[in-house]
Design a protein around this ligand. Structure first.
Ligand SMILES: Cc1cc2nc3c(=O)[nH]c(=O)nc-3n(C[C@H](O)[C@H](O)[C@H](O)COP(=O)(O)O)c2cc1C
Ligand SMILES: [Mn+2]
Length: 490
């Protein structure tokens, strides 16, 4: 049912008019970025924002094509998840979560098909996979064979921008898959930019605590079927296997093969796999990198990935993305995450009516939340809830509005939120973990957040003045003018 692999998705995109092939030679050093910047600002096939996916068939200096902007519109994210609306994925998750607490036998019976569905999403180990059609080891390994991009002028080098980084928790053996960019230092060495709060970094720390002189196996897959490719960026809990979740998204288990040189398993349908290890005592300067904030993230010290083996298809497609001034491709990926995980948030906090993450808020800078307020201080409770909810903890500014404000209409939000505000009373500061990419924080990874209570204020909250109604015309007058309208000659 699901896409078999990345090239299956390429075919589907092409059929839907969502992909253009670039036959001319274009340099992965800066030129591809500039072409993408222009192409994604052109209207796509349905007049949509985000242009089309691009397949660069002749990247300069490599035999392999580059696929980019494959997920860079709402429609392409819907195609990736094989749904008509992103909310369809949310609906499936809602059904899936509802079965956690079946009440009686009748409910359990009802849930049975769903439970069976869940069971069938566990990844399946297979003997061989297309990702191992060619195997290169040791000195035959050369990352520079691939069309790895240098994205922006001040970047510290070429970066692998769409990797699935596989590690195992050294204590529990549980798998994690994260999307962490990798700076290419030479033919067989890269950086490993897992930020300190991410699961890969946690695996690294636990292994280092046990044996500081040791190493951990790491494998990296580049390009797989769309759900699997996207699984690395999903903000899911540490012990939920991203490959299981990918199986749920594609409605078919992910097939994994054992790596050639370490004990990790990777998607059998991947285009390219890098196998190797990270030394627990070795750090190296990583960056700068033109980031999704629209600014360069500064140099920092990160672990180093040593590639011992490359396995690949005979004719791999190199999957990449470019981040930069918003909106870029990652905005659409993040938007899908926002839509898909809203029911999970609502499940935990039913008072949440809707949530919006404007592109210019680059995910962690701004969240607008609408709530059904039902007790004094409710808006503050929701701020604290969000600051303790997975990666939403990074949110620098939270604006809480009443449920009748359309959070996706930023004009309405600015108008109504500012009207509802007495700044000294309604703004709350808090300290906690902040996104590593926040260059304004006084320290890396630790800083302040701001919550804005832009809901109507209540007597029970100490507000003694009457709160005015919003101006709306009455229905009878509207009906009379409807009847008159033609005769007015306007
Ligand atoms: C295009 C793109 C690039 C990303 N690069 C990084 C990165 O370099 N380092 C990082 O820690 N997170 C990065 N992320 C975010 C992580 O993929 C995301 O937080 C994910 O949930 C991490 O997985 P984990 O929760 O299993 O650690 C990136 C996300 C996207 C969409
Ligand atoms: Mn994870």
């Amino acid at each position: 049912m699901g896409y078999e692999d990345l090239r299956g998705f390429v075919k589907a995109l092409e059929k839907a008019g969502e992909l253009k092939r670039v036959k001319a030679e274009v340099d992965p050093v800066l030129e591809i970025t500039e072409v993408v910047q222009r192409a994604q600002r052109q209207p796509g096939p349905t007049g949509n924002a985000g242009g089309t996916a691009l397949l660069f068939e002749k990247p300069k200096g490599s035999r392999y094509p580059v696929l980019i902007n494959a997920f860079g519109s709402v429609r392409r994210m819907e195609l990736a998840f094989e749904v008509g609306r992103l909310e369809d994925v949310a609906d499936r998750i809602r059904g899936f979560l509802a079965m956690e607490s079946p009440q009686g036998l009748f409910d359990k019976m009802k849930m049975l098909p769903k439970l069976m569905e869940l069971g069938s999403f566990f990844p399946r180990l297979v003997k061989e996979g297309a990702c191992q059609e060619i195997v290169r080891k040791g000195s035959d390994v050369n990352l520079l064979d691939f069309p790895i991009m240098k994205c922006w002028p001040q970047d510290g080098g070429r970066f692998i921008t769409f990797p699935l980084v596989f590690t195992k928790n050294p204590e529990t053996g549980k798998r994690n898959v994260g999307m962490y960019r990798m700076q290419v230092y030479d033919e067989r060495t890269t950086g490993m930019h897992w930020q300190t709060q991410k699961h890969g970094a946690e695996h690294f720390r636990r292994a280092r605590a046990a044996n500081p002189e040791g190493r951990i196996p790491v494998s990296v897959a580049i390009g797989a079927d769309p759900a699997t490719s996207l699984a690395g960026m999903l903000p899911i809990p540490p012990d939920l296997d991203e490959m299981m979740f990918a199986g749920f998204l594609r409605r078919e288990p992910v097939e994994l093969v054992k790596c050639q040189t370490n004990d990790l398993e990777v998607p059998a349908n991947a285009e390219i796999v890098l196998e190797g290890y990270v030394n627990l005592h070795e750090m190296r300067t990583e960056g700068p990198f033109g980031d999704h904030t629209g600014f360069y993230s500064l140099e920092g010290e990160y672990p180093v990935f040593h590639v011992e083996c490359v396995t690949q298809r005979k004719d791999p497609i190199y999957l990449a993305t470019v981040v930069g001034p918003p909106p870029q491709e990652d905005f659409y990926m993040g938007h899908a995450v926002e839509r898909v995980f809203l029911p999970v948030m609502k499940m935990q906090y039913p008072e949440i009516a809707d949530v919006a993450l404007p592109a210019e808020g680059i995910f962690h800078n701004l969240m607008i939340v609408a709530i059904r307020k039902s007790y004094p201080g409710h808006a503050r409770k929701i701020m604290n809830a969000i600051w303790s909810l997975g990666q939403a903890m990074f949110t620098k500014v939270i604006v809480v509005v009443d449920h009748d404000v359309d959070v996706h209409n930023y004009r309405e939000v600015v108008w109504k939120a500012l009207c509802a505000l007495d700044p000294q009373r309604d703004v709350q500061f808090s300290l906690g973990p902040v996104d590593t990419l926040d260059h304004a924080a006084r320290m890396q990874d630790f800083g302040s957040k701001m919550g804005v209570d832009a809901t109507r204020k209540w007597k029970l909250e100490g507000f003694d003045r009457p709160w005015p109604d919003e101006i709306l015309m009455d229905a009878a007058s509207k009906a009379r003018v409807d009847a008159l309208w033609k005769s007015l000659g306007l």
